[in-house]
Design a protein around this ligand. Sequence first.
Ligand SMILES: [Zn+2]
Length: 390
Amino acid sequence: MANAPKNLDVVHLTQALITRPSVTPVDAGAMDTVQQVLESLGFTCTRLKFGEIENLYARRGTSAPNLCFAGHTDVVPSGVRNLWRYDPFGAEIHDGAVIGRGAVDMKGGVAAWIAAVSRHDDLSGSQKGSLSFLITGDEEGVATDGTIRVVEWLKDQGEIIDHCIVGEPSSSAQLGDMIKVGRRGSVNATFTVTGKQGHVAYPQRALNPLPVLVDLLGALKARMLDDGYDQFPPSNLEITTIDTGNTATNIIPQDARARINIRFNPAHTGAQLCAWFDEVAAQFAAKTGAQIEVKSTISGEAFLTEASTFVDLIANVIKDTLGLDTDRSTTGGTSDARFIRALCPVVEFGLVGQTMHQINECVAVADLEALTDTYSALIEAYFSKFGSSS
Ligand SMILES: [Zn+2]
C-alpha cells in the first residue's frame, strides 16, 4: 500500500519527545513515541531490548540502497532545576526556540529526519530504495547495550545498510556549517605500580613505586605519537590522574596508580597502543623490580569516511538548501558513528551543538524547520543519485 506524504510537524514532534524525560538508561516512553510515528509512516519496526536499554530498528522498503538515519532518544540529566528558566521537560516555546533537555542533542534531529521522511511517499519516484532508522536509548551512557549491540544484530540478520547519516548536533555556530566525516579514537589505561611499603628513613628496606610510576609516565609522554594524519590533528596522550592515597609523611607507599587517555588519529589502532603500554610497563618492571599492572580499554577506534560521492552529495545539498560551504571535520568526542562505520560510510550532520548538555538547552524553531527541509532535500538527492531505476 502506498503511504501518502503526511508532512508531520517537526516542532510538535520535537516537543512530544522532549516531554518524555528519557535520562539514560530510562526510556520514559520516548521509544514508543518514535515507533508509533514510524509505523504511521509505513515502517516495519523491530524493538531490540538489550539489558535495560530500549533500541529500535525500522525499515520501509525492501530494495537497495538502504539509507539509514541513526540517532538516540536518551538525554543527559537536566542538572540543577532552579538554574533552568523553564521546565527542562516542558518543551515550552519562548523567543522562537523550543526549550528542554535533548532539544539539540538530539531529539530535535530525530524529529527533523522523521518529519523529512513524512514528506516522501514510499512509492513515488523519489524513493527507489529503502529508508531505515537505528535509534538507541544508550548513547549518553556507557553505550554498551545500544548501537554497538544493534550493529551486531544487524550483521547477524544479514541486514545491509548502504549509507548512514547520524543526526548528532554537528553544526558549530550556524546550521550546516560543519559535518563530521570521522572521529579520533580514544583509549584509556590505568597503570598500577606495586613496590614495598617502608619507613622514609630506611629506603633500602622499601621499594618506592612513585619514582617508577613517574619515570614510566615520562617515557610514555616523551614519545611523539605522530605529527597528524590526513584531516586529523596529531594524537595526544594526557595523564589524567596520579594517586597513591598516602596520608602519612614518613611512609614510602606500597603502591601508586596513574591513568592516561590517548585521543588518536587513524595512524594508530587501539590494540597497537595497548600493546605499547604493556611493553613499556614490562620494561620498567624488569628494570626496577616493581610489579606493574596495566588495564586498558579502547573506547573507540579512529576512522575517516573518505572523500566520496556520498560526502559530496551531503555537502552539495547543504550548499543548495542552506547556502553554506560546510566544513568536513573530524573534531569532537566519540559518537555512535564509531560503531556504525563497521557497516557502511557514515557522516554526522545535525543541529547546532552550542547548548548541548547545558542548562537551558534549546533549539531555534527556524533551525528545526531548515534542518527538515535540508534532510528532505538530502533524501531526494540520495535516491536520485544512488536509487535503483526500477
Ligand atoms: Zn547526542
